[in-house]
Design a protein around this ligand. Structure first.
Ligand code: MSK
Length: 650
């Protein structure tokens, strides 16, 4: 379908690849609403190349020192080389990104412990997963109540955040070969918080000045994220809120409802959204909404808070990262409730143009101009009710409402356990059928397409182009985060999307009734992809380590530091990872060569960069084919030589 893109005067402002968003933006702009698109247009200063390539050091007051590699005088006043500076900045990005997931994991563990101790409103829902986790953490199960087990498990998990020595328990879930490699390299994370603190220390002026040693610590920290805090967050959330199973839902701005009080939940932590989901259906709340002339309360999500409740309850997603302000610009939102990460400060200004109340709920993330109502898991429902009633009170202040009639069906909820059952059957849960289909070539391999959508691209288009190219080439695609929302908007998360897949993948999808693109959750749920990859290894026939399986990953529109941390833990787990548009070390060829080439000899995975989404998909396919060849399962394509008759027929 041809798309309408808002015309911009600056070439780097490419708008959003979504018709519904474009319509709302155009109308809202006439009313003086400013979103990220106008802010990008209005910026007088272009992105700094030193900053973009990682060779600007501002870690002490000698500088800032901007450097150009290969220019001899172009080093820091302290003597720091561009390679040292680029590696430092890269490590700090990993630290910040990991810290975001680690704080998320800590909150999940604290809520889990409170739940285990009997505090409402959450409960221990997935006892099977509780027992699985208990075994991992060596918590005795026999003869104990689920609450007792959960208390000991919660205490052990929390202790890992402050742990100083040893190894994070979740790293034991990796394949034996990977664990051995990590041990040999000394890169197994010792504790969660320790690895971030050590990066901040090492990158302080005059400390670690060996780029490889800096990348080593960045790797240990990233592993503490992926195989530590993120994985813990996913699993504990599943135990409390339920492990996702496939369900149908809707995505895009049309999920907002004109006759209802619209409340948007935005951010990353699922506790408040879970409480809001309970409260919004309470009879007293429905009556309160009806008293102001609404039919009820319509809860929708944005970003990964949205993904969390989409995966578990089928609550619709109104928008991705780049749509957050556009959601408000519909004029139909009574309250936007935000917690942490990916929340634009510009929301406060957009909210002011309407009757919308912007409500911050985390003491770690406040916004000037927003109302702060702090979430406390000890009083979850009480706070959720307060917020919901405030939103209901705003309904009568609504003026112009412009909800585009655009939404798309999606099937979400693909935890790695679901994949197990879906392909293996209810009674014979197993990755065997997936492995067999990879071995026989119906499925060429697995592609993880994760991360954000970006204001600096036609937001959403690079994501969906990569995905379409992959599935057309028989690559089964796993998505998380805002890529999932991009795919949802374009109809790629429906079983019907199998029509766009190559013949082998299509056959598998149609037999099982699944989409060729599986939505596995939020950013922290990238840990589900690590586990799915490890399960493929465990099932056998495709090597004995993640680095051997025909798989690759990418983040076409990445923008956050979390994406860098995620990329680094995938690389350190043996995966080939391609990032789109820019990479934060390109100012230093030395560091970039290390990350893009040499690191593969150490970890079996490496980074790559591609601006064009088709090229990105092709790079992933080449990497997948290389693994297939190494495994001896690559079907040799016969070269067809065309004679004249064949050419005429063509
Ligand atoms: S929300 S980190 S924009 S995926 Fe997880 Fe989306 Fe990227 Fe935030």
């Amino acid at each position: 379908m041809p798309r309408k893109i808002i015309p911009f005067t600056k070439p780097e402002c490419q708008g959003i690849f979504c018709e519904a968003s474009t319509c709302v933006l155009e109308e809202a702009a006439k009313d003086g609403v400013k979103t990220y698109i106008q802010r990008m247009q209005d910026r007088a200063i272009e992105p700094c190349l030193f900053g973009q390539g990682g060779t600007c050091c501002r870690n002490c007051s000698f500088g800032p020192c901007m450097m150009i590699e290969d220019v001899p005088e172009s080093i820091g006043i302290c003597g720091a080389t561009p390679a040292t500076v680029a590696a430092r900045n890269f490590a700090r990005m990993v630290a910040a990104g990991s810290a975001a997931h680690m704080d998320h994991g800590r909150e999940a563990a604290l809520t889990f412990l409170a739940t285990a101790r009997g505090e409402p409103p959450f409960e221990i829902k997935d006892v099977k997963k509780l027992h699985f986790m208990a075994e991992l953490y060596k918590v005795k199960i026999e003869g104990r109540s689920k609450e007792d087990i959960a208390i000991e498990l919660g205490e052990k998990v929390l202790a890992e955040f402050g742990q100083q020595e040893g190894a994070l328990v979740m790293t034991n879930r990796a394949s034996a070969k990977r664990q051995e490699l990590w041990k040999k390299l000394g890169v197994i994370p010792r504790g969660v918080d320790r690895e971030v603190v050590e990066i901040m220390h090492r990158t302080h002026m005059g400390t670690d000045q060996d780029y490889k040693n800096l990348i080593f610590q960045a790797t240990r920290c990233a592993l503490a994220d992926g195989w530590g805090a993120s994985m813990v967050a996913t699993e504990l959330q599943d135990i409390m809120f339920g492990t996702p199973v496939p369900l149908r839902a809707e995505v895009n701005l049309g999920a907002l409802k004109e006759e209802y009080v619209n409340i948007v939940i935005h951010g990353h932590e699922p506790q408040m959204p879970e409480a809001m989901a309970i409260v919004s259906q309470e009879p007293a709340i429905v009556v309160a909404a009806q008293e102001v002339g609404a039919k009820g309360v319509n809860l929708v999500g944005v970003c990964c808070s949205g993904n969390e409740v989409l995966m578990r309850h089928g609550i619709p997603i109104a928008g991705s990262f780049t749509q957050q302000e556009i959601v408000l610009a519909t004029g139909s939102v009574e309250a936007m409730v935000v917690d942490v990460q990916c929340v634009m400060q510009g929301l406060a200004e957009v909210a002011k143009c309407f009757h919308t109340e912007l409500i911050t709920t985390s003491p770690r993330a406040m916004i000037e101009g927003a109302t702060h109502i702090e979430f406390d898991h000890h009083r979850a429902l009480e706070i959720a009710r307060e917020v919901t009633l405030r939103a209901i009170g705003k309904f009568k202040e609504r003026q112009n409402v412009r909800i585009p009639d655009r939404k798309m069906d999606v099937v979400a909820g693909f935890s790695h356990e679901t994949i197990n059952h879906m392909l293996g059957g209810a009674f014979r849960a197993s990755y065997r059928p997936l492995n067999d289909n990879i071995i026989n070539g119906r499925i060429r391999g697995v592609g993880a397409v994760v991360g954000c959508d970006s204001c600096r691209a036609e937001a959403g288009r690079p994501n969906t182009t990569v995905v379409q190219e992959l599935i057309a080439n028989n690559v089964l695609v796993l998505v998380t985060g805002c890529v999932a929302t991009s795919c949802g908007r374009e109809g790629l998360l429906r079983p019907e999307a199998a029509e766009l897949a190559g013949p082998g993948l299509r056959e598998v999808c149609e037999t099982v009734g699944m989409p060729p693109v599986l939505h596995m959750g939020s950013c922290v749920d990238n840990s589900r992809i690590l586990i799915a990859a490890t399960e493929i290894v465990r099932e056998g026939g495709l090597g004995d380590d993640i680095s051997q399986i025909p798989a690759a990953g990418c983040a076409p529109e990445w923008m956050s530091e979390k994406a860098i941390a995620i990329g680094q833990y995938f690389v350190a787990s043996g995966v080939y990872v391609v990032f789109g548009r820019t990479f934060p070390t390109t100012g230093s060829k030395v560091v970039t060569d290390f990350l893009f080439r040499e690191i593969e000899e150490i970890y079996g995975g490496r980074w790559a960069l591609a601006s064009d989404p088709v090229e990105m998909a092709q790079l992933m396919i080449q990497a997948i084919d290389k693994k297939r060849e190494a495994l001896g399962i690559q079907e040799k394509k016969e070269r067809v030589l065309f004679d004249m008759a064949m050419r005429r027929e063509l």
